[in-house]
Every structure is written in C-alpha cells, then in structure tokens.
Design a protein around this ligand. Structure first.
Ligand SMILES: [Fe+2]
Length: 261
C-alpha cells in the first residue's frame, strides 16, 4: 500500500494531517552543482559554493508546510543542515556516522515539546542500487498490538533521552524523565530515540525493549532508497525514521531542516 503513494505530492494533505501515511516523496527535482563531500561542518559552513538551487527548493517546500527553524545549539544554528558523514565519525551511531545503522527515532525528541512537526530531506548525492536506505515507520498500528500494561508504562515520565553529540556534547545538560507515548488511541504521538532513550528503572527498560522489538519486527517498516534529486517530507508527529549503514562516506549528502506547522 505504501509503495503505491510513492512519487505523489501531498504537501497540503500532510500539512493538514489528512495524509494518514504521514510522508510524501517528490522525485527528480533539479539540483545544482554538488561539490565533493566535505569532511567537517566547519568546512561546509565556510563554503561559498553551496548549492543554492537545492536550498531554495527546500526552503520553498518548507514554507508551504509551515515555518522553518533550527536549534541554535545544533551545528551553529544553520537553517539548512547538510548531513554529511564525517571520516573520523564513521563508526559512530550518529548522523555524522556512516558504517553503523542509525536506529529508528523521532527527530529531536529530546527537545519535546519543541520537536519539529515535519522534517524535509533532499538527497543531493545518492547511490544507485541497494546502497544507503532510510527506514520509515508509523508506530501507531504497532501500539495497538502492545499489552495495555506496557502502554501504561510508556505513557509515564520514566524515560531519559540524551541529546545527540551534534548538540555540542552530552555533558552540558541533564535530561529530565519524560514519557515515550503522548496522546491517546489512535492519535498516539511517539517521542523516542532508540539509540539515546533509556528507562530509569528495570520496569521501564523492559517496556521500552518490548516496544522496540515490536517496531523492528513490524511488517510496516518501509525502506526507502534516496537518490539524487529525491525529496522526502516526514510528519514527525506520526512517524519514526532511521538509516542503514553503508561503506562509502562520500555517497551521501542530504540537506534537510525542521518545520513547525
Ligand atoms: Fe533523524
């Protein structure tokens, strides 16, 4: 069912929440000249030849969805965030890494209630074939299959999410315990990063593990192979996403940013 809607543009339906799937893909968008993959954010920030065409398209789509914004403590607050794996971080589970899987997560859930409503990714450099893949999962169906006592625990403030390293270090801020599940059936909102969220006791860790297992074993886990010129818009209130590992750091360059409705 999901594959049938790939390639269809539903920006308005995403914005209003009518699109129950929660994501849309636009293919074959034009991009300008994409330089070699830089090895650091500083190198990227200092560039004068960033691709203005793709950034303009990104900002235009973002403005159709809502208000684009960034966090001042993430990569110097740059608005259009170029996600380029770094050579010296390739074995780290992070957006700066490459060889390891980046587990399913809600974008910036450690910022909740100020997490983005949407994220928009625009592939500037991709790999043909299997290569790099992006995972997308709507966890709402899965939650219905979880025992109610586990749901009750996931709804309690028993979980800590450590900010990722791109926020300037994990030692600067002490996270406060929060729930993983917000809202009510069927409009559940999930705020979790499987890489960085931990329970504060044995019971909450068991509930988290049960939820994680149900997500990873789900038949609804959708695998998307982004290629040059592909844009994907994700509703961060409905979906989780992640990425597979890959061999060649230079094959991935994705520009993206956050949108508030
Ligand atoms: Fe992400």
């Amino acid at each position: 069912m999901l594959s049938e809607i790939v390639g269809v543009l539903y920006i308005h339906e995403l914005k209003t929440g009518v699109n129950s799937v929660g994501f849309a893909i636009i293919k074959n968008l034009p991009i300008g000249e994409v330089d070699v993959t830089p090895d650091s954010d500083i190198e990227y920030f200092n560039r004068t030849n960033r691709d203005r065409l793709s950034e303009t398209i990104l900002v235009g789509v973002g403005e159709l969805l809502g208000v684009i914004f960034s966090y001042c403590n993430e990569k110097q607050g740059i608005l259009v965030n170029n996600i380029v794996p770094r050579e010296n971080s390739k074995n780290i589970q992070s957006s700066n890494g490459s060889s390891l899987v980046l587990p399913l997560h809600t974008e910036d859930c450690h910022q909740f209630p100020y997490a983005p409503d949407f994220i928009v990714l625009f592939c500037l450099k991709g790999e043909v074939g299997e290569g790099v893949f992006t995972n997308i999962l709507n966890p709402r169906n899965i939650i219905n299959s979880i025992p109610s006592n586990v749901i009750d625990i996931l709804c309690q403030p028993l979980f800590l999410t450590t900010p990722p390293p791109v926020y300037g270090g994990r030692n600067n801020r002490i996270p406060q315990p929060k729930p993983i599940l917000y809202g009510w059936n069927p409009e559940w909102q999930v705020m979790v990063e499987f890489n960085d969220t931990k329970g504060i006791n044995h019971e909450s860790n068991e509930a988290l593990e049960a939820f994680k297992t149900a997500c990873l074993e789900s038949d609804d886990l959708y695998r998307l192979h982004l290629q040059q010129g592909d844009m994907v818009i994700l509703d961060n209130n409905k979906l989780m996403h992640g990425r597979g590992g890959f061999l060649h750091r230079s094959v991935l360059s994705v520009a993206g940013f956050n949108v508030l409705r």
